[in-house]
Write a protein that binds this ligand. Structure first.
Ligand code: LMR
Length: 329
């Protein structure tokens, strides 16, 4: 009996770590910089819900919105170090990794509408850009949409000359730097979490962003005039630390891939409406003036910003420009 008890106790000791391990959920830290109530914020929460369901609680997804864990540049470094596992930065923010090609997607007036963007990103270009990440220890899982940028300042921006001399916050892309320089602004890269205060205190005079970001960050409170220009597109790459992702048990990863595919379809399906609703909300507050471009105004912006395309060859290279052009044919 004593022997039997000892054997049972020994077996329990051997099994304990295995059982404990099986009960400990795998934690995925998902950090991003926008509010929960935006297309990306909702997408991250949808992924959490589906991932936890499909893995029967074997995975726990911790979502950190609004730069609560990391700001723009820090989050990419943290991903490479493995301190965070999943991010969804805008594709304007990959230059610090030494990958400039994503910035081709920031070219002004590149996608004529949502449909053109979404079919282009599903093509070769989307996969080709993800391959660039692999050498950096990062795996791209999906692209998430957030519609088109507007611009704002404390004066109406209708003609290209209206931009002259304004300090403009940009999120990271040198392509955006270039098109804003061409209309006479002084662009400055700044983390997203610092924009509200910078606009409020006059560190910068203006910025670009989508309606959902203007609303949830309250930029409309500190910008008297917003032009619904839709001059460039904002999209995100959902990325993971490759070592972490490939080290997951295969059955778990299959479920997570499924959760990500569904969360991506969901996010991309709500982006347009979310931004339309956000624009209506902003209008309702009455705190800012909304302006719209006539065809002639738009043509003047396009002409002024057009040299960005030639300039971009030296920045992103011809190969990616050709790939983008192919998708738009
Ligand atoms: C910005 O920094 O303006 C945006 O990229 C923020 C975001 O993630 O939408």
């Amino acid at each position: 009996m004593r022997k039997l008890l000892l054997a049972v106790a020994a077996a329990a000791l051997v099994l304990a770590p295995v059982v404990a391990q099986a009960q400990t959920p795998i934690v995925i830290k998902f950090s991003h910089v926008v509010a929960n109530d935006t297309p990306k914020g909702k997408g991250a929460l949808k992924f959490k819900e589906l991932a936890e369901n499909y893995t029967d609680g074997k995975v726990k997804v911790e979502v950190y919105p609004n730069s609560t864990l990391y700001k723009d540049k820090e989050e990419i470094e943290a991903l490479q170090l493995g301190s965070v596992h999943m991010l969804a930065p805008s594709t304007a923010k990959f230059a610090p990794l030494g990958i400039k090609e994503f910035e081709a997607l920031d070219l002004p007036w590149l996608f004529k509408d949502d449909q053109t963007y979404s079919s282009a990103i599903k093509g070769t270009i989307g996969k080709w850009l993800f391959q660039k990440l692999e050498t950096k220890g990062i795996t791209g899982l999906a692209y998430w949409d957030n519609g088109f940028h507007m611009v704002s300042s404390n004066r109406p921006l209708i003609k290209p000359t209206d931009f002259q001399g304004l300090k403009f916050r940009i999120s990271g892309s040198k392509v955006a730097d270039q098109y804003f320089r061409l209309v006479g602004t002084i662009p400055q890269i700044m983390a997203f979490s610092e924009v509200y205060q910078a606009l409020q205190t006059g560190v910068v005079d203006g910025c670009e962003n989508t309606a959902s970001n203007y609303l949830t960050q309250k930029f409309y409170e500190v910008q008297k005039d917003i032009t619904v220009s839709y001059h460039a597109h904002l999209q995100y790459a959902v990325i993971v630390n490759s070592k972490f992702w490939s080290g997951l048990p295969p059955d778990i990863r299959t479920q997570l891939d499924k959760a990500m595919a569904e969360a991506s379809d969901y996010t991309n399906s709500i982006a347009r409406q979310e931004n339309e609703d956000a624009l209506a909300e902003i209008k309702k507050t009455g705190k800012t003036n909304l302006h719209y471009l006539t065809d002639a105004d738009r043509k003047a912006w396009q002409d002024a910003m057009q040299p960005t395309y030639k300039w971009a060859k030296g920045r992103v290279g011809q190969e990616v420009l050709d790939l983008v052009a192919k998708e738009l044919d």
